[in-house]
Design a protein around this ligand. Structure first.
Ligand code: COA
Length: 353
């Protein structure tokens, strides 16, 4: 049973459920090497990725989100929430938002439901939004789902992007509690720099392209990324944001037991840990088996680490992310004791509630 709402003075959002879900189809580097001018050796050495999961034809982001959401509710031991927040760069449609559909399919019709868009920083922005709803007393329980199907927007013939991205969904449940309990989320650091809009972009599909005269070029519907510049920004922005969060919380780098960065590229993650002065064993990563899953990447990495018992109750966990926008953000929390977390690679449980 969830704890009764805390008094307003120290009311905070507490993480009480966690789950991930990956579509069953696994795409290995070898498979990509058969149709692209690349190799397993190049992909592993430049990104740390060995395989990723792709949604089946006809499967959309909401389908993945529903699976992760159902499992997160089970992990929290709850059947209903006051709000459902979905964070994604690949919504089912540009209108309406994906969250109301996900809520309805989870039997949560009537709950507040909306999407948050911050590309690969989406989970941290979504966590801040969901935690804010709880802390402000707007909701007592929130389901937050990060879900992306990048396979639907990446050009399969673009060897730079096709090797990096994978599909997946991860979800957490937040409940009202106290700021000093394990699982209480915060402090946060969030930031953006829209001058970097063109570093990661899907040019077509929005009002900018729709209001322009003339036909749309097909490549404009695909994700375009300036890899080398993105790499540099990812390292510097995540490192600075992580430091800012520690300063806000009055903690030192050495107080961090586990850092869970957005799984962009293993070299990026190692650079962030190294620049912060954190030993490599404190870095949590699952990128080898899932690639970059966008807004799903942090909850999927957390679910993987929790199921493998490489993250433990009582440890101080630092989340940090970077993505298109440009956007970045970080959050600190003390890891709670979770009753149940299934491994995201266990793809069972596809029935509706
Ligand atoms: N296989 C083989 N060669 C490839 C390749 C692939 N899949 N992709 C690019 N190359 C080639 C390039 O064409 C280039 O060849 P050239 O030297 O003959 O011109 C060479 O490899 C080096 O390219 P470069 O872009 O400098 O490689 P890189 O080490 O920066 O790796 C990325 C490319 C995309 C893997 C890397 O820049 C990256 O991970 N960037 C960040 C991506 C990211 O995290 N995005 C999400 C952020 S939220």
């Amino acid at each position: 049973m969830p704890a009764p709402p805390a008094p307003a003075r120290d009311r905070a959002a507490v993480l009480c459920g966690l789950a991930g879900w990956l579509p069953p189809r696994v795409v290995t580097n070898e498979e990509l090497s058969r149709r692209l001018d690349t190799s397993d050796t190049w992909i592993r050495s430049r990104t740390g990725i060995a395989r990723r999961h792709f949604a089946a034809p006809g499967q959309a982001t909401s389908d993945l989100a529903v699976e992760a959401g159902r499992r997160a509710l089970r992990s929290a031991g709850v059947a209903d929430v006051d709000a459902v927040v979905v964070t994604t760069t690949t919504p089912d449609r540009s209108c309406p938002a994906t969250a109301p559909l996900v809520a309805d399919r989870l039997g949560l019709t009537g709950a507040a439901a909306f999407d948050v868009g911050a590309v690969c920083t989406g989970f941290v922005y979504g966590l801040a939004s969901a935690a804010g709803l709880v802390a402000a007393g707007v909701a007592d329980r929130v389901l937050l789902i990060g879900a992306d199907t990048y396979s639907t927007i990446v050009d399969p013939h673009d060897r730079t992007n096709a090797i990096i991205f994978g599909d997946g969904a991860g979800a957490v449940v937040l409940r009202a509690g106290h700021a000093d309990e394990p699982g209480a989320v915060g402090h946060f650091d969030l930031g953006s720099d829209g001058a970097g809009e063109d570093l990661i972009m899907v040019a077509a599909g929005g009002s900018r392209q729709r209001s322009a005269p003339g036909p749309v070029a097909a490549p404009d519907h695909h994700l375009a990324m300036r890899g080398r510049e993105v790499f540099r920004h990812a390292v510097t922005r995540m490192t600075a944001s992580a430091r800012a969060t520690l300063t806000l919380a009055d903690h030192k780098v050495d107080d961090v037991d586990r850092i869970v960065p957005h799984q962009a590229n293993l070299r990026i993650l190692r650079s962030v840990a190294e620049d912060l002065g954190l030993p490599p064993e404190r870095l949590v990563t699952n990128i080898e088996s899932v690639g970059n899953t966008g807004a799903a990447s942090i909850p999927l990495a957390l679910a993987d680490a929790t199921a493998r018992h490489t993250i433990h109750a009582g440890e101080r966990v630092l989340l940090t992310a970077f993505g298109g926008g440009l956007t970045w953000g970080s959050c600190l929390l003390t890891w709670p004791a979770l009753a149940r977390t299934d491994h995201p690679h266990d793809t069972g449980g596809t029935q509706e509630p």
